[in-house]
Design a protein around this ligand. Structure first.
Ligand code: SAH
Ligand code: SF4
Length: 367
């Protein structure tokens, strides 16, 4: 029998499940609170439910689908990357990042990714499958549970416990808008003010720019932040670096973002991974300014590429990045350079998984 993943169900669906089990619908509400507010991992802990119901839940459902394979901290104690196995054997990466007083979790939305950006470790293996809503939510809950522990031992990370997750970036493995419904259901659960209650404004979703989905996102009443993986100022180059550009070229993407801003009045962030000799010339910086000018509020994050084993792309020199930034700033585009801290480490999401597919590397990481 296939067990039901409880985190996959909305409050209404949990009520329906209870009714179908011959229980009163309000039991669904109680279970929802235990799952999304108290983050219990075992139905036995749901103390306001009758014993026989807890036993049935224990037999027929799963709460936490994540089994930790390996976790790796960086030297500064600012990031922890975790690799998990799902019940079907698929593996995904999740990252906790501690900086700027934030406790940010970088989550995955797919096993692998079908977009195939040639500089990205996740893209190299293609798409295995979409994650379900519960598999996405569980990633946040995993680190939230650890942070909530009343235990001053930070296990080498720079964090006080108990504390809470403050931010989420949907920048792990996979293209979130290619798994739209599951991702939105998961983010709504996280942002639900009655339960997990993380402000939607503290959630950033990164996408390559699936135009019809950007229009859908603009119509959702969920004020998350949007980041676009741009990486190139011309169609010719972007067709190579972000192949979906052939379907949704820059003109169409920019039009969609103008519509998005008209509707939401929210700033859009552009991620631009700096690759030596590929997208880092001064001429390209000027082209980028021209491209972004029609937008009301645009911000660029320049990220030195995190080189992926097996890929020929290399990071730009620091000096080149500074000059590139200067041109953007002079053109009126606010720009942040992220030098190998925080988000850019997770930008290598998929790299731990790639490394661990070679058993000797896994052995090395565990030592
Ligand atoms: N698929 C989505 C979200 C996940 S990737 C997207 O592409 O937007 C999150 C960010 O990391 C994206 O901007 C992606 O282009 C970038 N990225 C992927 N591999 C990288 C690498 N090796 N170095 C730097 N950034 C990388
Ligand atoms: Fe997929 Fe994003 Fe990697 Fe491109 S950068 S292959 S869209 S995960």
């Amino acid at each position: 029998m296939n067990r039901i993943l409880l985190l996959d169900l909305t409050r209404e669906q949990l009520q329906e499940l209870m009714t179908s089990w011959g229980e009163p619908a309000y039991r669904g509400n109680q279970i929802y609170e235990w799952l999304h507010k108290n983050l219990v991992t075992d139905p036995i802990q749901m103390t306001n439910l009758p014993k026989r119901l807890r036993e049935r839940l224990a037999k027929e459902t799963i709460i936490n689908p994540l089994e930790l394979i390996v976790q790796v901290d960086d030297d500064r104690g600012e990031t922890r990357k975790a690799l998990f196995r799902l019940p079907d054997g698929a593996t995904i990466e999740v990252v906790l990042m501690l900086y700027d007083k934030r406790r940010t979790v970088c989550i995955s939305t797919q096993v692998g990714c079908g977009i195939g950006c040639p500089f990205c470790a996740t893209g190299m293996g293609g798409l295995t499958r979409n994650l379900s809503p519960g598999e996405i939510i569980a990633q946040v809950h995993w680190f939230e549970r650890w942070l909530r522990e009343d235990n001053p031992d930070s296990e080498g990370l720079v964090v006080q416990r108990p504390s809470r997750v403050t931010n989420i970036v949907v920048m792990g493995m996979g293209e979130p808008l290619a798994n739209y419904d599951a991702t939105m259901q998961a983010l709504r659960a996280i942002a639900n003010p009655k339960t997990f209650a993380l402000s939607a404004r503290n959630i950033t979703l990164s996408t390559v720019g699936l135009v019809p989905k950007i229009d859908r996102l603009a119509a959702e009443h969920l004020p998350i932040r949007l980041a676009i993986s741009l990486h190139a100022p011309t169609d010719r180059l972007r067709n190579k670096l972000v192949p979906i550009n052939k379907r949704y070229p820059l003109g169409k993407l920019m039009d969609a973002l103008v519509r998005y801003q008209e509707k939401t009045h929210r700033r859009v962030t552009f991620e631009y991974a700096m690759m030596r000799g590929i997208n880092d010339s001064m001429e390209q910086a000027h082209l980028l300014v021209d491209l972004l000018t029609p937008l009301r509020k645009a911000h660029v994050n320049l990220i030195p590429l995190n080189p992926t084993p097996g890929s020929p792309y290399q990071p730009s020199a620091e000096e080149t990045i500074r000059r590139f930034q200067q041109i953007l700033e002079e053109g009126g585009v606010t720009t942040t350079v992220r030098l190998r801290r925080g988000v850019e480490i997770s930008a290598g999401c998929g790299q731990l998984r790639q490394a661990t597919q070679q058993p000797d590397v896994l052995q090395f990481i565990r030592q």
